[in-house]
Design a protein around this ligand. Structure first.
Ligand code: SF4
Length: 399
């Protein structure tokens, strides 16, 4: 498999969780700092809300009791068991921003998101869903499936834009069932002419609405639309602080435009959205050993609340990677569902040509697809260490 020569890092086995290394190693690393000072307050807040909350679902009740027990054990200095859980610092920030009525909803969502994939527990719905407004992108980044012409070439049938009616059908089903919705996946969401309408339709429905963008197409109108929406997180994909390197990685993008857009975003945010709870993250991919998270953070921190560099995965060549020996089951099958612009449902975006997709939300509900025989078969193959039978799971490093 021939990679772009700029990519000189090795692919690691990963479950796509952020690790402490992805953040700058300074005082405010959210995955390193102890949350001891907040734990007592969090415990009290959850307990108070739990007493008021009419929890009819016994499984949910058990989860809250498990979380409370985790806090009590932490207080006594006792190690947590595999099923117990306390919030990490980046979650604690979100937690203290919550309205009282959302506390239990939030804890249930974070527990299911963090723990279910590890415990291989299944709910009626995935803890998180990614919706792709479009599979079209204006860039051809070297580590992205868009650089595979057999995917992004117009005549190959993979490119398109989601219709609002389909989007509405999805949102109507998942409201109150799934808390985390991400606008992202294979294309650039800000290219969708109706993104505004999509965002408006999500107002007051989710606790973790997120959008990923390469930030190259931002303008005043789009920035106002994003900042006035109900988004809780805006992720800007930027990997380098040096013009030459940035443009070598983000093919078709211009460094001057990115810098202009970041300044505009910062100014509009400071002037008009001071009270907004939306958090901005600049997230790059570490494709070359010369990239450092400290340098990246130093350069971009004035434009974001958080700057990170995630590990490289061979997304640009999923089907050409060698078959590997990984036997661990994939966490995506328990955490995520991806819905493409045309309603096709895929377990992940590593499989960007949807070899694993068998169902469509136009024909079936999200719930029935998540609990379908087909999805069970995928999970069973992974659990019985037979992921080698699946293409492209046999080439994928996600675990
Ligand atoms: S290709 Fe298979 S192993 Fe890889 S992320 Fe997708 S479902 Fe998981």
């Amino acid at each position: 498999m021939k990679r772009n020569p700029i990519i000189n890092v090795k692919t690691a086995i990963t479950d796509r969780f952020l690790k402490a290394d992805n953040f700058p190693t300074k005082k405010n690393n959210p995955l390193l700092i102890s949350s001891q000072n907040s734990n007592e307050k969090i415990h009290t807040k959850i307990k108070k809300s739990f007493l008021r909350y009419n929890c009819e679902n016994l499984k949910d009740k058990k989860i809250i009791e498990t979380v409370l027990k985790g806090y009590e054990k932490t207080h006594k200095g006792i190690y947590l068991s595999e099923s117990e859980f306390i919030l990490k610092l980046h979650e604690i920030d979100e937690f203290f921003n919550l309205e009282e009525e959302d506390v239990i909803r939030y804890i249930l969502y974070r527990y299911k998101y963090n723990k279910f994939p590890l415990l291989k527990t299944l709910d009626n719905y995935p803890p998180c869903i990614q919706i792709e407004p479009t599979s079209v992108c204006n860039l051809r980044c070297i580590m992205c499936y868009q650089s595979d012409k057999t995917f992004s070439g117009k005549s190959n049938g993979f490119m398109g834009f989601m219709k609002f009616d389909l989007f509405k059908k999805i949102i109507d089903e998942i409201e109150g069932k799934i808390e985390a919705v991400t606008f992202a996946s294979r294309g650039e969401p800000t290219l969708h002419p109706e993104l505004d309408k999509f965002l408006n339709y999500c107002k007051d429905k989710f606790l973790a609405l997120k959008l990923n963008t390469n930030a190259t197409l931002l303008n005043e109108k789009k920035i106002h639309s994003l900042l006035s929406s109900d988004l809780q997180q805006l992720v800007l994909s930027i990997d380098e602080k040096n013009k030459e390197n940035y443009e070598k990685i983000r093919v078709n993008a211009k460094f001057e435009i990115i810098m202009k857009n970041l300044k505009m975003l910062k100014e509009i945010r400071e002037k008009h959205y001071k009270k907004s709870k939306l958090r901005i993250r600049i997230s790059g991919v570490k494709v070359n050993t010369s990239q450092s998270i400290e340098g990246h953070n130093e350069f971009y921190k004035e434009f974001a609340d958080e700057v990170i560099l995630v590990d490289y995965g061979p997304w640009e060549s999923a089907y050409d990677e060698p078959v590997n020996e990984i036997k661990e089951p994939c966490t995506e099958l328990y955490r995520m569902m991806y819905v493409w612009y045309d309603g096709k449902v895929n377990p992940c975006d590593f499989d960007y040509k949807s070899l694993l997709a068998k169902e469509n939300v136009k024909d079936n509900s999200i719930k029935s697809i998540w609990k379908s025989d087909y999805y069970s078969k995928l999970r069973d193959l992974h659990m019985s260490k037979q992921r080698k039978q699946l293409e492209p799971c046999k080439r994928c490093t996600n675990s």
